[in-house]
Design a protein around this ligand. Structure first.
Ligand SMILES: Cc1cc2nc3c(=O)[nH]c(=O)nc-3n(C[C@H](O)[C@H](O)[C@H](O)COP(=O)(O)OP(=O)(O)OC[C@H]3O[C@@H](n4cnc5c(N)ncnc54)[C@H](O)[C@@H]3O)c2cc1C
Length: 405
């Protein structure tokens, strides 16, 4: 049996390795279009590679996938985060967990992951061919004809496609021709541009627990928010961009975002806290006595926006200014105009429609003998190692070449 794996990324390597382990006698050839293997692994996680996430229950894990939640439920039963950790550790790569749950190699170097995958593939006898772009696929009797150029074609028995995401629909045309439906690709994981707003003067300010929501949608997230020199970022914003990838694309990235800097405290609760502070600190300056757990720079900025001077004492606080302050604290509105790609990690929302793929085998339901793995599928997760986890899981399963349709 000859198996071709298209794509030398995380999913392609995992699929080729899994295939050779399951079928040692098979000829497994991995074709990579560029000169470089595992290029995204190299730059991932700021060069450290956030391999997976310390989330160990499938029902919890799937919630981190805005696309693929239901599909992955079945796939994770076969290979999940625990298996990823075991897989790497049994090959000498120890992983560590950071406070927020992200897992990295203890070396803090993505090269460790690359070395592990490359040597495992080599030891098993996977043949790796770089600078080998497949430009077309034809289904033939008992297999597939891969086209590299007009004069260079090759027939294989089974095919695993792990060619990654594509920001443009044209990138999926060759797979569409085989009969697969394509969910239109749009970017996921981006930050919000808020031009012409003085909030950017707070660049670098991070709020531990804010609530962020988007007007006229049901999109809402809670967590850390970071003010940047172009707008808003941080985990809560990135999560919103991920869950709202399609809706926000439809809005052409022009929308209103609201921030409650106090996280869980609502307007009434904020009002009560201010009333209490007024009682206890009545002669003190408001700028010096902050009743909320937010950064000082943000507190001073919000006081200024509410018309409250630095010298104003609690007893001097006017009702109108107090109301403005409460509104800014719990419902600060910003006009978003455009997005910026998150520097650490970005993925494609969209790809091969999951309704055309069996989640237990990764085999195409419209083209038997063909399997998919990784970001080429309409699967993407939030930041934190979830995207690689999906690549490991789908690659591992695809490599089994299970004949179940
Ligand atoms: C900067 C950055 C940092 C990231 N950091 C993290 C992180 O720390 N943790 C995390 O979980 N996720 C991270 N991600 C997301 C993660 O890298 C991807 O989800 C993951 O790499 C997808 O793996 P893949 O193998 O499906 O696709 P890819 O890694 O994109 O690999 C696909 C490969 O297929 C090749 N190819 C394409 N077409 C053809 C063809 N026709 N013939 C042959 N070969 C072809 C491509 O050249 C490529 O090498 C990051 C993404 C980026 C961009």
């Amino acid at each position: 049996m000859e198996v071709a794996v298209l794509g030398g990324g995380a999913a392609g390597f995992f699929a080729a390795i899994s295939c050779k382990q399951n079928y040692p006698a098979a000829k497994v050839v991995l074709y990579e279009k560029t000169e470089k293997l595992l290029a995204k692994v190299k730059v991932s996680g700021g060069g450290r590679c956030n391999v997976t996430h310390a989330c160990f229950t499938v029902s919890q894990l799937v919630k981190s996938y805005p696309r693929g939640e239901k599909f992955l439920r079945k796939s994770f039963e076969q290979f999940n985060t625990t298996d990823t950790i075991k897989w790497f550790e049994s090959r000498g790569v120890k992983l560590k967990t950071e406070a927020d749950g992200r897992m990295f190699p203890v070396t803090d170097s993505s090269q460790t992951i690359i070395d592990c995958l490359e040597s495992e593939a080599q030891n098993l006898g996977v043949l790796v061919k770089t600078s080998s772009a497949v430009t077309g696929i034809e289904k033939v009797e008992n297999g597939f004809l891969l086209k590299f150029s007009e004069s260079n074609k090759k027939q294989v028995d089974k095919l695993i496609i792990a060619t990654g995401g594509s920001p443009k629909p044209e990138g999926f045309l060759w797979l569409q021709k085989l009969g697969h439906r394509i969910e239109a690709p749009v970017p996921s994981l981006f930050t919000f541009n808020i031009p012409d707003n003085d909030i950017t003067s707070l660049m670098g300010v991070a709020v531990e627990n804010a609530t962020v929501w988007i007007e006229k949608t049901k999109l809402k997230q809670q967590g850390p928010v970071l003010v940047t020199h172009w707008g808003l970022s941080g985990p809560a914003v990135l999560k919103l961009s991920s869950f709202g990838a399609r809706v926000l694309s439809d809005m052409n990235y022009n929308f209103k975002v609201h921030v409650n800097w106090l996280g869980e405290l609502n307007e009434e609760e904020a009002r009560l806290k201010i009333a209490e502070e007024l009682q206890t600190s009545n002669q003190k300056k408001i700028s010096n006595t902050k009743p909320f757990d937010i950064p000082n720079r943000l507190w001073l900025y919000l006081l200024n926006k509410s018309g409250i001077g630095e010298e104003t004492r609690w007893t001097e606080l006017k009702k109108e200014n107090r109301n403005r302050l409460i509104n800014f604290l719990t419902n600060h509105e910003f006009e978003v105009k455009g997005k910026t790609t998150f520097k650490e990690e970005f993925v494609t929302c969209g790809g091969i429609s999951l309704s055309d793929v069996n989640p237990q085998t990764m085999q195409s339901l419209v083209c038997p003998g063909l399997y998919f793995a990784g970001e080429v599928l309409d699967i993407d997760g939030i930041t934190g190692g979830f995207n690689f986890q999906a690549a490991w899981t789908t690659g591992f399963i695809a490599g089994k070449i299970s004949s179940t349709a």
